[in-house]
Write a protein that binds this ligand. Structure first.
Ligand code: AP5
Length: 225
């Protein structure tokens, strides 16, 4: 757990391929540090469920494993990051995903303090296994925990397969990751606040590595709880 310096925002971006554990770790870090987790995939899936115009635009693109357009995504992120709950910082999961989005994020964050970027690295065969096994709650959308067999332990909804976790779509998502998102690792890699962590470890070990990496990158203090 990191002790934030008063008045200094803790702005975190999580990078990594599909299934790397960005959502799992972003949720844990945001919760333990009282920061908002902003997941663009969740925002899009909520829009699909609500049947909004954004949901209609996004659904076919997501189901094909492609990326929703930069203009739409930059608009969504800009609006969300302008809300007052992000003043102490935030954890971004799924944005940026292209160099255009990363460039726009730099502009959005001018004068808002340091950005810590954490890239979670996991071998491709492990990603494929994780996504083939993943079930989510059809009602609230969270990833199922191993001890839940058919229903969500949080809201009681039925567990289902995420529509873009079909094997063919996962392979397309991985191709899109290498083509469009991997270049932003290069975009950030030379910055002093960029860190890489090994995501092929038990979730609690990844959480500890992430805390230590963010603590080191932000030059904030780590406190034991
Ligand atoms: P999004 O929802 O962001 O999906 P993703 O990046 O493909 O990531 P995932 O949610 O599949 O994986 P994750 O890394 O979060 O891993 P998780 O923690 O869930 O985006 C979906 C789509 O929306 C995109 O394809 C695109 O169309 C669109 N989109 C979103 N943002 C966009 C943007 N900015 N621009 C354009 N389009 C955008 O874990 C995966 C599984 O592994 C779970 O079952 C979990 O329990 C398990 N697991 C996690 N950690 C571990 C561990 N350490 N050990 C064992 N199992 C683990």
């Amino acid at each position: 757990m990191i002790q934030q310096r008063p008045g200094v925002a803790l702005n975190v971006v999580m990078l990594g391929p599909p299934g790397a554990g960005k959502g799992t770790q972003a949720e844990r870090f945001a919760k333990s540090h009282g920061l908002p987790k902003i997941a663009t995939g969740d925002i899009l899936r909520d829009a699909v469920t609500a049947g909004t115009e954004l949901g209609r635009i996004a659904k076919a693109t997501m189901d094909a494993g492609e990326l929703v357009g930069d203009e739409v995504m930059i608009g969504i992120a800009g609006e969300r990051l302008s809300r007052p709950d992000t003043a102490r910082g935030f954890v971004l999961d799924g944005f940026p995903r292209t160099v255009a989005q990363a460039t726009a994020l730099d502009t959005m964050l001018e004068g808002r303090g340091q950005l810590v970027v954490v890239d979670i690295v996991v071998p491709e065969d492990v990603l494929l296994r994780r996504l083939a096994a993943r079930r989510i709650c059809g009602s609230c959308g969270i990833n199922a925990q191993v001890q839940w067999t058919t229903t969500c332990g949080q809201c009681g909804g039925a567990l289902v397969t995420r529509t873009d976790d079909d094997n063919g779509v996962v392979r397309e998502r991985l191709k899109v990751y290498h083509r469009q998102t991997k270049p932003i690792v290069e975009f950030y890699a030379a910055r002093p606040s960029f860190r890489t962590i090994d995501g092929n470890q038990p979730p609690d070990v990844v959480t500890a590595s992430m805390d230590a990496a963010i603590c080191d990158a932000s030059a904030m203090k780590e406190v034991r709880r």
